[in-house]
Write a protein that binds this ligand. Structure first.
Ligand code: NI
Length: 638
């Protein structure tokens, strides 16, 4: 197709993810309009989502404007451009230079950076000082450079290295400590190699295959059988299940996106969530030693975590009848590629939903809970992150991150005990203490766009006439009226939660309908407030942020966190301290997972969970799951 022809798209919804042909067409239009060649790379090609008003107004069968957003990196001069291409009109609508920013590290740059290191005499010498002369089994991970004032405006990685001790060997058991290759990712030159002193490479293997670990006995099969098929319906990227209705989206930056989540209540289709996604994440490490103190990966904004999604295979990650969705992305060269089975959709039995036994009549009513799981799993070099959204029959929505994979490792001299990490074996292998902070952007539309925010905690009543017997306590609701008032921390000891309320929609009690954000476990960051990572990931400093809807505000640490000095994203978005009462409210929840590494996390870490939930809170008039049918075995459970 030439750039002047209008690409034909048969799109059934404005939020339908890009098809491979649309990616190709957009790249071709851009290349021809802007004369892009080999030196320009694409650092993210995604659907340019239409304005919210248009999406909400859209009715089936209407024609749809298709636009593509692309980030273009010119490797010859390091310049970054943001492009919007209209597929409908076949033209580049805008092409804007964004000065002083670095797009995320691209998949292509992983291999190229490794090759660049291996070509560098300085790097080879550093490895030779450690007795490594065969570079074949050496792996190089292009760690993001951060911002410490020594980057000189270049697109840099501070690359770290490990070595395999044989075929299929786990390289993360063998860190090449204290060698940091500073690589210019545009020119693929090694700018310098920092060598902070030789530490012997730990030799003990850390393998986890059945051959290495053995296989225990005694496990009989468990089979999940759905003889009549699944209870959900899928049409394109729209899913309906148990009164829920939503759309699946996928972007390179965020991975899975949930759009237009609603619940059918009688004959009303009630909106709850317009858009939900991971907005950013960061992993600050607590080890001040030379090889580790700059480790703090922003895996969304610095690595495009969606582009690192696994291709999921039946039976491996999920059980039961599974519906997969492919993700169509663009490579650095602008070629579309399809990540097969990137998103997994399936139902899970989830134990008891509700139960009562009337002890006087002997009658029991019990219901089993079913949940719908929508997920993707990404591998960021050593770590794995599973991102799961669960919808429940009682109107709850849960977000859960499953953290697994291999901890980031380092080495100490034999006999040393690291203060800032956990020794993993006798050959000096250790893993530094660290934290994982995720920020989830939640564009809630509880029964419509105009919502307000409250903090609720429970307080004891002081002894006195109001509380003569000393037993009194009650839930107190406080409005959060501005962006600054809405910057809050969790407080589990006061049973704190936050409530998104629609004052113009009342339940049968005459109270405004609401959904509440209920934190699960959480933690504070331990880096000093003026540390570089704290400035760059300022979203960590508060668990809750709220903003009025603004489509360009999408990323908690800003559009380009890679090498950014800080202050972007939520601090900037909320600087004007806008009012948020009765607005189209967006919540940003920061979820911290603390990782004091255990010996049991080695060589591959059992899944650690972190999450939160959204619960209806007066959204329904009573338990919305009363009508879930009794299990076939009701009354016959023993
Ligand atoms: Ni961890």
């Amino acid at each position: 197709m030439s750039a002047t022809e209008k690409p034909v798209t048969s799109v059934v919804h404005p939020l339908e993810p890009l098809a491979a042909e649309e990616v190709s067409a957009a790249v071709e239009i851009l290349r021809s309009d802007k004369g892009l060649g080999e030196s320009q790379r694409f650092a993210g090609i995604t659907l340019h989502e239409p304005p919210k008003e248009e999406v909400l107004r859209y009715e089936a069968g209407e024609s749809v404007e298709r636009e593509v957003a692309a980030i273009v990196l010119d490797r010859s001069d390091g310049a970054t451009y943001e492009a919007v291409v209209s597929l409908t009109e076949g033209v580049t609508k805008s092409f804007v230079h964004v000065p002083g920013v670095q797009p995320p590290v691209l998949l292509e740059e992983f291999d190229e950076c490794e090759a660049a290191c291996k070509r560098s005499p300085e790097y080879r010498e550093a490895l030779a000082r450690r007795g490594i002369t065969d570079l074949e089994p050496v792996i190089v991970d292009p760690w993001s450079a951060g911002s410490y004032g020594d980057e000189e405006g270049r697109r840099l990685s501070r690359a770290l290295s490990w070595v395999r001790m044989g075929e299929g060997d786990n390289p993360y058991a063998h860190p090449i400590e204290n060698v940091i290759a500073v690589v210019d990712l545009n020119s693929m030159e090694v700018v310098r190699v920092e060598d902070h002193g030789v530490v012997p490479v730990p030799e003990e293997p850390g393998n986890y295959t059945p051959e290495a670990a053995g296989t225990r006995e005694g496990l009989k099969p468990i089979e999940i059988s759905q003889p009549e098929g699944v209870s959900f319906e899928v049409s394109g990227h729209e899913v309906r299940w148990q009164r829920w209705r939503f759309r699946i989206g996928f972007t390179p930056r965020e991975g899975l996106v949930l759009h237009t989540v609603s619940y059918r209540d009688g004959d009303r289709e009630r909106p709850i969530l317009y858009r939900a996604s991971l907005s950013e994440m960061v992993v600050p490490y607590g080890d001040p030693s030379p090889g580790h103190w700059r480790k703090n990966a922003f895996d969304a904004g610095e690595y495009n975590i969606g582009a690192l999604a696994n291709s999921l295979e039946l039976g491996c990650d999920c059980l039961g009848e599974i519906r997969y969705f492919d993700a169509v992305l663009g490579s650095g060269s602008g070629r579309p590629f399809t990540l097969k089975n990137a998103v997994c959709l399936h139902e899970e039995d989830f134990g008891m939903l509700w139960k009562h036994y009337d002890m006087r009549t002997g009658e029991t009513e019990v219901r089993r809970s079913r949940r719908l799981a929508v997920s993707f799993v990404a591998t960021v070099a050593n770590y794995e992150y599973g991102f799961f959204w669960y919808l429940y029959q009682d109107g709850r929505i849960e977000f859960e991150v499953k953290l697994t994979g291999i901890v980031s490792t380092g080495a100490v001299r034999p006999g040393e005990k690291p203060q800032y990490g956990q020794l993993l074996n006798q050959s000096g292998l250790y893993a530094p203490i660290h934290q994982h902070f995720f920020n989830v952007r939640l564009d809630l539309d509880v029964d419509g766009r105009e919502n307000s925010l409250y903090e609720v905690h429970t307080e004891s009543v002081p002894p006195g006439p109001e509380n003569p017997e000393g037993n009194a306590f009650f839930a107190k609701s406080t409005p959060l009226r501005t962006e600054s008032e809405a910057q809050r921390e969790v407080d589990p000891l006061s049973a704190r939660y936050w409530k998104v309320v629609n004052h113009s929609s009342l339940n049968s009690l005459g109270e405004p309908v609401a959904y509440k954000l209920l934190p699960h476990g959480n933690v504070r960051p331990f880096a000093q407030p003026d540390a570089s990572v704290s400035r760059r990931a300022a979203f960590m400093s508060k668990h809750l942020w709220a903003t009025p809807y603004e489509p360009s505000e999408r990323h908690a640490a800003g559009d380009y966190p890679n090498q950014h000095p800080g202050g972007a994203g939520l601090p900037e978005y909320t600087a004007a301290d806008r009012p948020i009462e009765g607005t189209d409210l967006v919540l940003w929840y920061t979820l911290g997972a603390h990782h004091t590494v255990r010996p049991e996390d080695w060589p591959v870490m059992p899944v650690q969970y972190a999450g939160f939930e959204l619960q209806p809170s007066g959204f329904f008039d009573s338990n919305p799951a009363l009508d879930v049918p009794p299990p076939a075995t009701n009354g016959h459970c023993h």
